[in-house]
Design a protein around this ligand. Structure first.
Ligand SMILES: CC(C)(COP(=O)(O)OP(=O)(O)OC[C@H]1O[C@@H](n2cnc3c(N)ncnc32)[C@H](O)[C@@H]1OP(=O)(O)O)[C@@H](O)C(=O)NCCC(=O)NCCS
Length: 157
């Protein structure tokens, strides 16, 4: 599963227990209602938890937690360290996650706060479409979630 890109100096690998302090710090810096540390520990056992890192310094730049069931892959959590946002890393990471999984999964799902313009713009750019809204899904602040889907078969058409 490890992916090394010498051109960009980035790597993608599985998340390890020793990454969790940094990953949780990124989570706390990014979200008003961060997942507790225990949720990250659990995700190491059951989910596809990945890290985007700098191959020279080993710095963790971003993380993603997903779950695959049959031909569907749900992105449960994704964040880029705020220091490194808006430099193309989110787009790079997500594009490569889909590339790495494309033989296994056909459809990709995620949920996003309606006000998260930055993330929504990125998902649209990659071909995700809003399929429905979950009313008042998020708390602190209360907000609707947009459920978005990307289908490889639509991309092939
Ligand atoms: C959402 C997130 C993952 C995007 O990562 P990023 O590295 O900042 O995004 P990128 O630099 O790759 O930007 C990709 C595209 O998003 C859009 N985008 C980025 N910043 C934007 C902004 N401030 N406003 C509008 N669109 C923006 C652009 O369309 C950009 O494409 P372009 O570079 O071709 O113009 C990152 O901002 C993040 O971690 N946010 C906090 C956590 C979060 O909201 N996670 C998503 C939960 S669903």
């Amino acid at each position: 599963m490890d992916y090394i890109d010498k051109k960009t100096n980035h790597g993608i690998r599985k998340m390890k227990e020793s990454d969790l302090t940094t990953v949780h710090k990124i989570e706390q810096d990014c979200f008003p209602e961060p997942w507790p540390m225990q949720a990250f520990k659990e995700s190491l056992k059951y989910n596809e938890s990945l890290i985007l890192y700098d191959i020279t310094t080993n710095e963790i730049l971003a993380f993603q937690i997903g779950i695959g069931v049959l031909d569907e892959y749900s992105i449960c959590n994704i964040a880029v360290n705020p220091v490194h946002q808006k430099k193309g890393l989110g787009k790079y990471f997500l594009t490569n996650i889909i590339e790495m999984h494309f033989k296994k999964y056909e459809k990709y799902f995620l949920e996003v706060r309606k006000s998260n313009k930055q993330a929504i713009a990125l998902y649209h750019k990659l071909g995700f479409k809003v399929i429905y809204t979950r009313n008042r899904y998020y708390s602190n602040p209360i907000e609707d979630a947009l459920v978005m889907m990307f289908s490889l078969s639509e991309r092939r058409q």
